[in-house]
Ligand binder design. Structure first.
Ligand SMILES: Cc1cc2nc3c(=O)[nH]c(=O)nc-3n(C[C@H](O)[C@H](O)[C@H](O)COP(=O)(O)O)c2cc1C
Length: 185
């Protein structure tokens, strides 16, 4: 069975990202076609990228890079839970992505975003990044509105159709994560 990481892409104190990721995780673990794990960027405490060699060389010199690489390498697919900051993803998530290369290659990914306009601009930027990392990003995505899927912009209360959107996204992530297995052997 493939393993899917649900990555919490914000580290801000009081972040909405944790509740969003837990909502996705609670839906995901009802499935029996993959294993799911929450991965919190906060737990890895990554500094701004401080490796001398580009990640594509795979020569990691710091324990924090090796710990992050080992965690990401252990998955077949990812769900990125991203806020929208200034029409893009968070600096913390982009930085964490930039630390690694081979660990992401030939994997699948889906997105759950949130923001005033559902965070869709953050996802569009992430899709460009995925291309460079050889990650197959699925079409179905979840875009949570701070106006209609949260109370007071801070308490997650997604509308019913968002659960359907999350299921569609997870269906595609699991399917593509499985389909790419031969490339990773
Ligand atoms: C620095 C910053 C920039 C933001 N820029 C945008 C933006 O461009 N578009 C948007 O819809 N929301 C924007 N927001 C609102 C965030 O999407 C919202 O606060 C969200 O909850 C942030 O995620 P977090 O709570 O997990 O940190 C911004 C918030 C911050 C802190």
């Amino acid at each position: 069975m493939i393993k899917v990481a649900i990555i919490i892409g914000s580290t801000r104190p009081g972040r909405n990202g944790e509740a969003v990721a837990r909502w996705v995780y609670d839906l995901a673990v009802k499935r029996d076609d993959a294993e799911f794990e929450l991965v919190d960027l906060k737990d890895f405490d990554l500094p701004h990228l401080d490796e001398v060699m580009p990640a594509a060389m795979g020569r990691y010199s710091h324990p924090h890079t090796r710990a992050w690489a080992a965690k990401i390498a252990s998955f077949d697919a990812y769900v990125f839970v991203t806020p929208e900051y200034n029409h893009s993803t968070s600096g913390a998530l982009k930085n964490a992505i930039d630390f690694l290369y081979a660990e992401w290659n030939n994997k699948a990914a889906g997105f759950v975003s949130y923001g005033s306009n559902g965070g869709t601009r953050a996802v569009e930027h992430l899709r460009l990044v995925m291309g460079e990392l050889q990650v197959a990003d699925v079409r179905a995505q979840v875009a949570l509105s701070l106006f209609t899927d949260f109370e007071n912009f801070s308490v997650l209360n997604p509308s019913a159709q968002q659960e359907d959107a999350a299921t569609a996204m997870l269906d595609q992530v699991v399917a593509w994560g499985q389909a790419l297995c031969p490339l990773r052997k």
